[in-house]
Design a protein around this ligand. Sequence first.
Ligand code: NAX
Length: 328
Amino acid sequence: MESVKRVAVTGAAGNIGYAILPGIASGGIFGSDTPVRLQLLEIPPAMKALEGVCMEMDDCAFPLLTGLEATDDPRAAFEGADLVLLVGSRPRSKGMERNDLIRVNGPIFVEQGRAIQQAAASGVRAVVVGNPCNTNCLIAMRNAGDVPPDRWSAMTQLDHNRATAQLASKAGAAASDVRRPIIWGNHSNTQYPDWSFATVNGRAAPEAIGDRSWYENTFIGTVQERGKAIIEARGASSAMSAAAAAVQHSRYLFQGTPDGDWTSMAVLSDGSYDVPAGLVSSFPVTCPGDGSHVIVKDLGMDAFGKERLARSVQELAREREVVADLLG
Ligand code: NAX
């Protein structure tokens, strides 16, 4: 048996929180030989619901779960954490603009960034799911001075999986036959889901599918707007698929991406692909499995792709301006 890993989850009584805990407690991130301790954070009005979630977790009797703690104090939740999943945030309410949401949620990530710096394990990795996740990640990172920026990422794995599923369905293939799609930019409807380097059963996706018009007029919009379509159909936002993606993103960090493949993650730009350094943008990344991620370099993007990415990056730059005073 490996040593116990401590995983903190914020917003643990929410939709995604409820769906993510079994995946973590059954070894989905660190593997089936590594016991985990869960440290769950909620706000005071949700503590009663969290109590119920903990009762259910007890009733699952997961063999790998060696501890379970519920708290409304961020420092207690992040104490000694090896991995922090920042899921909790306020949802967008009716009539709220994206900028309002950014302003409402920003302070949560200032406080939680500071608490991670103060309390988490020295090698902590933090994964931001709560929206707007790229900018929230930037805020938390900038308020956690001693935690190096390469320990942070925000989740575009769900978008990556949505792109994979759409390509597989169009090609009449299985999801496992599709490799190397890319999500570029912001986790918003300006993101650029890119098939240029994807393969289906080893064949270039544009060639295997052979329908550029479908790519430009259907695929990109379907992936960008998938979250909205789920809300319309289910009456609630994606939770199962988001939770599965967050477990997968974290597993890649700690166990590596598959050989010859990459995934998409929003990470601090180093200036690659003309994304200004200092923005948190989605890129193709590989993970060696030690908690780190490496941006895949020098892919030759075409003019269409560059223009799409630039549009999303402009949105990220505007979001950064909206929260400039929260960046520590
Ligand atoms: P819910 O509203 O069901 O749950 C959020 C939970 O966070 C609530 O229980 C709330 O009490 C808690 N919370 C609020 N403020 C908190 C704080 N300061 N500290 C700790 N907990 C706090 O939302 P849910 O459907 O679970 O979604 C959670 C977040 O994920 C949202 O911001 C959502 O937009 C975002 N998503 C991100 C995705 C991504 O791909 N990056 C996809 C799915 C999802 O939309």
